[in-house]
Design a binder for this molecule. Structure first.
Ligand code: ADP
Length: 296
């Protein structure tokens, strides 16, 4: 194992700062912001994620409720619950935990969430607002990455940011956020012929490809900031497996700064979800007439 030289962009202190801000801003509201967590069935990962989100919400003074629907819930029943939550002025944010069971279509469900309560930031009204630099709710992992960079004092303006991966969840929205923060943005993906030639141009390299150790030291410009969004489980001799990122550990020899996996981007996502719930509550408090037809 070689000794890394890159500055470690640790997630936990940046997440703690974001959670502190969420707590402070929540306290200024007349009622604690309320997060409705919707899950369908008993997928163990989903049960655990939702439980974790509810626990963190309580830690920062938010109220939440887990709407746990049976695995055989119909599309109509799920849409009816979303409608009820949309109409309930006591609900600030709605999160539908994915994946849904195979018999349910996630697309109409996500479209049904009032954009003003869409704390995942994935409704087209919010992704469109992001792309046009209008106010809206921003997707959690990308917004968490921006908060992580800001916390560690990494400048973005005028920098060349290269993103590897164009998913709806990470690559595309983080491109929009970096662009809005005045970076020069390049999006690379599976069809990019010489990935290294592109990534070597990066001052800031964001990797969200879901490929363990895709980025090797020769693909990174010395001194660059590298953000590893990958979470890959690789087998170990004891059979338990180990989490590793999309970035090879030896990149620490070359990069100026690097996020660890785990303990980098991961903790930012839930912190940003709670921040989004506070932001949604603030806007609903300022504009109680918001129906979700327009995101301002
Ligand atoms: P995530 O949710 O982490 O963003 P997805 O699996 O949804 O991951 O998306 C993976 C993205 O990574 C896709 O946009 C794909 O084009 C990109 N990608 C996957 N493998 C490679 C590769 N070998 N080189 C470049 N891009 C890749």
């Amino acid at each position: 194992m070689t000794q890394g030289t890159a500055q470690v962009l640790a997630g936990p202190p940046a997440a703690a700062a974001l959670l502190d801000e969420a707590r402070r801003r929540a306290e200024r509201l007349p009622h604690p912001p309320h997060l409705a967590l919707v899950r369908v069935g008993e997928d163990p990962a989903s049960v655990s994620y939702v439980r974790g989100k509810a626990k963190k919400a309580a830690e920062v003074g938010l109220s939440s409720h887990v709407h746990a629907l049976p695995g055989d819930t119909t599309q109509a029943d799920l849409l009816a619950l979303i409608g009820t939550l949309n109409a309930d002025p006591a609900v600030s944010g709605i999160l539908v935990q994915l994946p849904l069971p195979a018999h349910l279509d996630p697309e109409p469900v996500l479209l049904a969430v009032n954009p003003a309560k869409d704390v995942d930031g994935l409704h087209p009204a919010n992704t469109g607002a992001l792309w046009n630099a209008h106010e809206g709710l921003r997707p959690c992992t990308p917004a968490g990455i921006m908060a992580l960079l800001a916390h560690h004092g990494v400048p973005v303006r005028g920098q060349h940011a290269v993103i590897v991966g164009r998913s709806a969840l990470v690559g595309r929205p983080v491109a929009g956020l970096l662009l809005n923060a005045d970076a020069t943005v390049t999006l690379a993906h599976r069809a990019t012929p010489d990935l290294g030639a592109v990534t070597r141009g990066a001052d800031i390299l964001i990797v969200a490809a879901g490929q363990a150790h895709l980025i090797t030291p020769d693909m990174v410009r010395p001194g660059a900031t590298v953000v590893d969004v990958g979470i890959n489980r690789v087998p170990t001799e004891d059979g338990r497996g180990r989490l590793t990122g999309d970035v090879h550990p030896d990149v620490a020899q070359v990069a100026g700064a690097l996020t660890p996996v785990p303990g980098g981007v991961g903790p930012m996502t839930v912190a940003q979800l709670l921040m989004n719930t506070v932001i949604a509550a603030e806007r609903q408090h300022a504009q109680p007439e918001v129906t979700g037809e327009l995101v301002r």
